[in-house]
Design a binder for this molecule. Structure first.
Ligand code: CO
Length: 216
């Protein structure tokens, strides 16, 4: 039995001391109400730590992570996070961040039977099918893999724009802006690949009417 976990607890003690040395009120200042400006929807991958790659402090980023950074309309976990972030925290920006080298996307491109997670990865296979003409025409498998990672981020940003509470916030308060980013695990850099400004509605089949709302 390894007790490697103890390193984490020791690290925590050192981290507290470091923070207090820099700013004695670090924790008392942070123990009030949170007011993050950003919601981050990222992959669970251990190599993509949201706060670290964006250089922000505790309190600045509201975070949801799942395998392959998916926005699935029946996922009440993700939906609760987004609704709370948009309606209560009133975040100004929502960032969907995928990453090159994503194991979830790699697995979805294979035909491996992986048990329960097959169901989750099915969403990625759907995206492959939506873009099969483009993807099947790419002879280089690595490039096709990277392209599916990018297309997945586009599709998840689009899914956010399809949410009624995002559309309502756009109408009432002209926020949040939606972003699609890719983190390159080989270089550490983030790349912007999509930006959807408030009011940029998706196809009309997804646009909700809010009968009790006064006009814009
Ligand atoms: Co991943």
């Amino acid at each position: 039995m390894t007790d490697s976990y103890k390193r984490l607890l020791l690290n925590n003690q050192a981290w507290v001391q470091d923070k207090l040395a820099l700013r004695p009120d670090f924790f008392t200042r942070n123990s009030g109400v949170q007011k993050p400006e950003y919601l981050w929807i990222g992959c669970s991958d251990s190599r993509v730590p949201a706060e670290e790659v964006t250089g922000v402090e505790p309190g600045e980023l509201f975070v949801h992570r799942n395998v392959a950074n998916l926005v699935v309309h029946t996922d009440f976990n993700m939906l609760s996070v987004v609704q709370y972030a948009v309606e209560v925290l009133k975040v100004k920006h929502v960032i969907v961040c995928g990453h090159y080298g994503c194991g979830g996307v790699r697995a979805a491109m294979s035909r491996n039977h992986l048990g329960l997670i097959n169901k989750w990865l099915r969403h990625l296979k759907d995206i492959y099918r939506l873009h099969a003409t483009e993807l099947d025409a790419m002879p280089d498998e690595e490039r096709r893999y990277e392209r599916l990672i990018e297309l997945n981020v586009f599709e998840q940003v689009h899914h956010l724009a399809e949410l009624s509470f995002v559309q309502l916030a756009w109408k009432r308060e002209q926020r949040p802006t939606l972003h699609g980013w890719i983190y390159d695990i080989h270089t550490g850099y983030l790349k912007q690949i999509a930006k959807v400004d408030p009011g940029h509605l998706p196809h009309e089949i997804f646009v909700y009417e809010f009968p009790d709302e006064p006009g814009p």
